[in-house]
Design a protein around this ligand. Structure first.
Ligand SMILES: Cc1cc2nc3c(=O)[nH]c(=O)nc-3n(C[C@H](O)[C@H](O)[C@H](O)COP(=O)(O)OP(=O)(O)OC[C@H]3O[C@@H](n4cnc5c(N)ncnc54)[C@H](O)[C@@H]3O)c2cc1C
Length: 128
C-alpha cells in the first residue's frame, strides 16, 4: 500500500539495509544479497530510530534484562517486574503489566516520576 502511495507522490521506496559508505553515498543490501549504491545530490537524512541506553549489563549478559521494544511482546505476564526509568514509556509499560497482575517496581534516577511533566500526573502515578 505504501509503495502505491509513495510512487504517486514522487517517493521511491527501496527495501533493504542501508549503510553509509561516504558522506553522499548509501549502500543498500537487499534480502536476496544483492546490493546497490545510491548517490545523494544534496544530503542524506538518517532516521533509523534510537536504541535503549544500556545500564551496565548488556542483554547478552542477562537474558531477563530487555528493552522497552521487547517488553511489548512478552509471551507471559511476569510475576514481578522491575522497570528502570520512570518516564512515559516505563510507566505506560509498567502499569499495563501491573494491571495484568505483575508486582511492579519502578527505579527512577531523578526525585520524581515523569520528569519534566506537570506535577499532578506525577503525583497520581506515584500513588499507584
Ligand atoms: C513501548 C513503547 C511505547 C511507545 N509509546 C509511544 C507513544 O505512546 N507515543 C509516541 O509518540 N511515541 C511512543 N514511543 C516512541 C516511538 O515509538 C518512537 O519515538 C518512534 O517510533 C521513533 O520513530 P523513528 O522514525 O525515529 O524510529 P523508528 O520508528 O524506530 O523507525 C526507524 C526505522 O528505520 C529502520 N532502519 C533502522 N536501521 C536501518 C538501516 N540500516 N537501513 C534501513 N532501515 C533501517 C527500522 O527498521 C525502522 O523501520 C514508544 C516506544 C516504545 C518502545
Amino acid at each position: 500500500m505504501f509503495a502505491a502511495y509513495s510512487s504517486r507522490n514522487g517517493v521511491t521506496l527501496i527495501e533493504g539495509y542501508g549503510k553509509l559508505v561516504s558522506a553522499n553515498q548509501l549502500e543498500v543490501k537487499a534480502a536476496d544479497g544483492s546490493s546497490r549504491t545510491i548517490e545523494a545530490q544534496k544530503g542524506i537524512v538518517v532516521a533509523t530510530g534510537s536504541a535503549t541506553i544500556q545500564v551496565r549489563a548488556s542483554n547478552s549478559d542477562y537474558q531477563q534484562v530487555i528493552g522497552a521494544r521487547e517488553a511489548v511482546s512478552l509471551h507471559q505476564i511476569p510475576g514481578r517486574l522491575v522497570v528502570i526509568g520512570g518516564g512515559v514509556i516505563g510507566l505506560e509499560l509498567g502499569m499495563v503489566y501491573q494491571a495484568l497482575g505483575s508486582q511492579l517496581t519502578i527505579v527512577e534516577l531523578t526525585n520524581t516520576l515523569l520528569p519534566g511533566i506537570d506535577l499532578m500526573p506525577c503525583e497520581l502515578s506515584s500513588e499507584r
